[in-house]
Design a protein around this ligand. Structure first.
Ligand SMILES: [Zn+2]
Length: 314
């Protein structure tokens, strides 16, 4: 009988096309009225259904401000389900930190439940949406092996500028994009002024690597972290991974990127070719060997760093 019930349940679920993400990930309090859902550390795949980032909520009396509702409609539904365990209030504003789909494709679920919500983002992100939107939908379908079928690109609808203050209820947010090219050329870091918390998005990673595309600059990322650190805030939330110490959440990635710069520069100055550098410097990066994506990204980061040093001839 139990088997029959299970069979009927599975068949019914397939017929409805309903796919859910289930995992042991819950919002965690990081500051007064601020909670982060430190998500799965792997890249988007069929198991995590494109949930692989750190969505953050700020709770006001009027409702919830949601930052980066994750990477698919399925993942977005999970974020909302977990949010409801913390508060029954509606989502009243959303921020998208940058153009990479693992952060904003969950907008689809938010808009489904809260159609009038304002979604704030960098103007370059909004202007890139007609091309990058469909690209990321395709990419997520591929990475999840079709698990997020029905995914649509629902982009941001409100532009923000550097140092803009956005007031939502009694919560104040300050936008920071001090560098044109950092993780991408569409990044915003969001300061929640009330709790002195910086949602630094993919300018910070912990326990995982990410890509630096053509719209990125490693040197710019280093500068962005220095800037963030100089804000002297209480909490720093990375885009992926949970830092050991949230008060110094910038430290691990800053150390990695500056070490990368130092080692590549040394070798560049000695006339070592880019492709020869990896094996020579591998041992200096032992703490990072266990970070997710090391094998894929470390060589790419060296190449990118090398090109930036060459271009700037610094
Ligand atoms: Zn990301």
């Amino acid at each position: 009988m139990k088997k029959l019930v299970l069979f009927l349940f599975i068949s019914f679920t397939i017929l409805l096309g309903k796919v859910e993400f289930s995992g042991d990930y819950h919002f965690k309090k990081v500051a007064s009225n601020v909670y982060t859902l430190f998500g799965p550390i792997d890249e988007p795949n069929q198991h995590n259904k494109a949930f692989s980032n750190n969505p953050t909520i700020v709770i006001d009396k009027l409702g919830v401000i949601l930052i980066d509702p994750s990477g698919s409609q399925v993942a977005g539904e999970y974020v909302l389900k977990e949010m409801k365990k913390i508060t029954k209030l509606p989502v009243i504003a959303v921020f998208n930190t940058h153009i990479h789909g693992d952060h904003w494709l969950g907008n689809q679920a938010v808009i489904k439940h809260y159609p009038k919500v304002k979604i704030y983002a960098h103007p370059t992100m909004i202007s890139r949406m007609p091309v990058d939107g469909p690209f990321w939908v395709e990419m997520m379908l591929k990475m999840t092996n079709g698990e997020v079928k029905g995914l649509k690109a629902v982009g941001p609808n409100n532009e923000v500028v550097n140092e803009q203050i956005i007031q939502v209820g009694s919560q104040s947010f300050k936008i920071h994009n001090p560098i044109i090219k950092s993780h991408t050329n569409t990044d915003i870091m969001i300061e929640h002024i009330n709790s002195k918390t910086l949602i630094a998005a993919d300018n910070l990673f912990v326990n995982r690597f990410g890509m630096f595309g053509e719209d990125a600059s490693i040197l710019g990322n280093i500068e962005a972290i220095k800037y963030a650190k100089n804000l002297n805030l209480e909490n720093y939330i990375p885009g992926h991974g949970e830092p050991k110490n949230i008060h110094a959440g910038y430290q691990e990635y800053f150390t990695y990127l500056t070490l990368l710069y130092t080692k590549v520069k040394e070798n560049y100055d000695e006339g070592v070719a880019s492709y020869e550098i990896k094996n020579k410097i591998l041992d200096s990066f032992t703490p990072y060997h266990k970070w997710i994506g090391f094998d894929i990204y470390f060589g790419k980061h060296i190449d990118k760093m090398y090109r930036e040093i060459e271009e700037n001839d610094i």
